[in-house]
Design a protein around this ligand. Structure first.
Ligand SMILES: [Zn+2]
Length: 352
């Protein structure tokens, strides 16, 4: 219901010329829209997790809107420098991609090249030296693939009892049991991959084929090096995709991530993105001491000169976002409306 009200409101504002007015306003020119994407689907991942995966055709539609709308897509670092010096081009946008999964190498990079858009990848690195999919994700995906069946309890994959796989809740519960089993047994990443292979066998899926497709795998060191040479920027996203509250562990995550990226790209990454948007104010001085100059969140908004550089907002584009909604974020209208909603005291959850 709220979505329909919002779409009606945005439609009316667009028809009245408000989008064009805001898009070309001085207010918008002083702001940088940082767009956040995760992965493109290599198979059916966009049907499994539409908030995390886009069909490649959807990304192409978005890029076409950027091109047709006359948006200036600029590198993130340049955008942040020019934001500080009040020198942004009109309608400025920066593209960021979280995690650095293989689909970026195979598909996204080709589309970026076609449009000549620069991009930043926030690359997590633990799995980048391992030719295997991320454990909990591949387990979840395989259970979804067999969502009309029942998984029988097998101790080899940590399942105590039979589980029907037809609801998201049941499947996530099953994945939770497998992750808990792997933690309890202190399984290495390679051993977890064996559990995933066993699960594929139980579900009658071809695990070799899944491995070969590189689905839910990260880019490897060679692919990262190749794209870095071609102009893609690789920045920090922690080594194991986590933000521990313990300072020593937090710093280790950044340093391991930075050292590996530096080795692959011959550049020193200084921009950071909080994995899963999970941040805490205690991280700010830690990041500053580590030489990190910017950090992006998953909080919606346009970055302005008054934004805290280590808590920069982004707009997360997902399968569920309509072209109108996307357009309203490009123009800046949704950010203005959100500010208005906040000003009358509604919670951040109510943001349009
Ligand atoms: Zn991430």
């Amino acid at each position: 219901m709220r979505k329909r009200v919002r779409d009606n409101l945005l439609g009316a504002l667009k028809k009245a010329g408000v989008f064009e007015h805001v898009r070309d306003s001085r207010w918008r020119q002083r702001r940088l829209l940082i767009l956040c994407y995760h992965s493109l689907a290599l198979d059916e991942e966009n049907l499994w997790r539409p908030a995390q995966f886009l069909a490649p055709s959807r990304l192409r539609e978005r890029f076409e809107m950027l091109k047709q709308g006359g948006y200036h897509v600029i590198p993130l670092a340049e955008g942040l420098d020019r934001l500080r010096s009040n020198d942004l081009p009109p309608r400025s946008v920066a593209l960021t991609f979280d995690d650095g999964t293989y689909d970026f190498y195979k598909i996204t990079y080709q589309i970026l090249k076609e449009y000549e858009f620069p991009a930043t990848v926030y690359q997590t690195t633990h799995y980048s030296s391992r030719p295997m999919p991320i454990f909990y994700l591949i387990c979840s995906y395989m259970l979804w693939k067999r969502r009309a069946t029942v998984l029988h309890g097998f101790s080899s994959v940590g399942m105590k009892e039979n589980v029907a796989l037809d609801t998201t809740e049941d499947r996530e519960n099953a994945v939770g049991q497998m992750v808990a089993f792997a933690d309890q047994e202190q399984l290495s990443t390679e051993q977890k991959n064996e559990v995933a292979a066993e699960l594929a066998h139980l579900l009658d899926l071809d695990y070799q084929e899944l491995l070969h497709s590189r689905i839910l795998q990260l880019m490897n060191a060679h692919e990262i090096a190749e794209l870095a040479t071609a102009g893609i920027r690789f920045e920090l996203h922690t080594h194991r995709h986590r933000t521990p509250r313990d300072r020593t562990l937090f710093e280790r995550e950044i340093r391991e991530n930075r050292d590996l990226l530096q080795g692959m790209t011959n550049t020193c990454p200084t921009h950071f993105c909080y994995p899963s948007g999970d941040y805490d104010l205690m991280f700010l001085p830690w990041l500053a001491e580590l030489g990190v100059v910017s950090a992006t969140t998953c909080d919606p908004g346009l970055a302005s000169v008054s934004s805290q550089p280590l808590l920069l907002p982004r707009f997360i584009d997902t399968t569920g976002r309509t072209p109108l909604e996307f357009d309203s974020w490009l123009a800046g209208v949704s950010d203005l409306l959100s500010a208005g909603v906040s000003a009358v005291g509604l919670s951040k959850r109510s943001r349009l």
